[in-house]
Design a protein around this ligand. Structure first.
Ligand SMILES: *[C@@H]1O[C@H](CO)[C@@H](O)[C@H](O)[C@H]1NC(C)=O
Ligand SMILES: *[C@@H]1O[C@H](CO)[C@@H](O)[C@H](O)[C@H]1NC(C)=O
Length: 213
């Protein structure tokens, strides 16, 4: 998809415009075939016109994020203890995570990827986390591609919105947002299952521009 075309220097402007359009169509076909062609429940293409996007392809993903503190296989570990033992929000504490992302709320369901990164308590008055994590996908054509999420997670709100700030592999130039809502939370262990939905816009214009730069 990113091969450099040296022959473009001898092409006429018309030919270049035509080949750019042709490339865009090929890219569109390729991109839609990998999204719709795979039998995967966690991803679907949306009608971009309904959402007010003209040039871009809108894709919706849904995964379940398992934050597990309890033994025997914790996926979240406190790396900085709260500096003060009087903070109700554990202000200043940080956890490192390598959380499974699954297709269904059950941990035993299909593993879609992992959320690797950390979060810290950034609110003194209310429980608001700073989330900094990469979703690395492990399935099908998405295998190895990542999405980076950085945002505020007000954990006791029903739906929390966080920006998708970029990506790699198939998610190059990704932008969009994630919405998280808690599916279950165990007060005793701290274990949580959170549903993450995110929208991604593929910037086809940038891809073809780079190929023909
Ligand atoms: C809380 O921290 C203070 C000061 O560091 C210490 O004196 C006190 O024993 C701690 N209390 C508890 C319950 O750990
Ligand atoms: C994903 O990629 C890794 C490394 O290339 C490979 O070992 C693994 O089998 C792939 N998984 C799937 C489901 O394709």
């Amino acid at each position: 998809m990113y091969t450099i075309d040296h022959s473009h220097t001898i092409m006429s402007t018309k030919a270049r415009v035509f080949s750019t359009i042709a490339l865009q169509s090929i890219l569109l076909t390729l991109l839609s075939s990998f999204v719709t062609g795979e039998n995967q429940d966690f991803v679907r293409t949306l009608d971009r016109n309904l959402h007010g996007f003209k040039k871009e392809k809108l894709t919706h993903f849904r995964v379940y994020w398992h934050d597990i503190y309890s033994a025997p296989n914790p996926t979240a570990m406190p790396i900085v203890r709260p500096p003060s033992n009087t903070s109700a929000t554990l202000f200043g504490s940080i956890s490192m995570i390598d959380d499974p992302l699954t297709e269904k709320p059950e941990l035993s369901s299909k593993l879609i990827g992992r959320a690797q990164g950390f979060y810290g308590s950034a609110g003194q008055e209310e429980t608001a986390l700073l989330m900094a994590m990469n979703f690395v996908f492990l399935q099908g054509k998405y295998n190895g591609s990542t999405i980076s999420i950085l945002g505020r997670n007000h954990v006791f709100s029903k739906v929390r919105e966080m920006p998708v700030i970029g990506g790699s592999g198939l998610f190059r130039f990704a932008r969009g947002y994630a919405q998280a809502s808690t599916h279950s939370f165990d007060l005793k262990s701290g274990d949580a299952v959170v549903e993450y939905n995110f929208l991604d816009l593929d910037c086809l214009y940038f891809i073809s521009y780079l190929s023909y730069g």
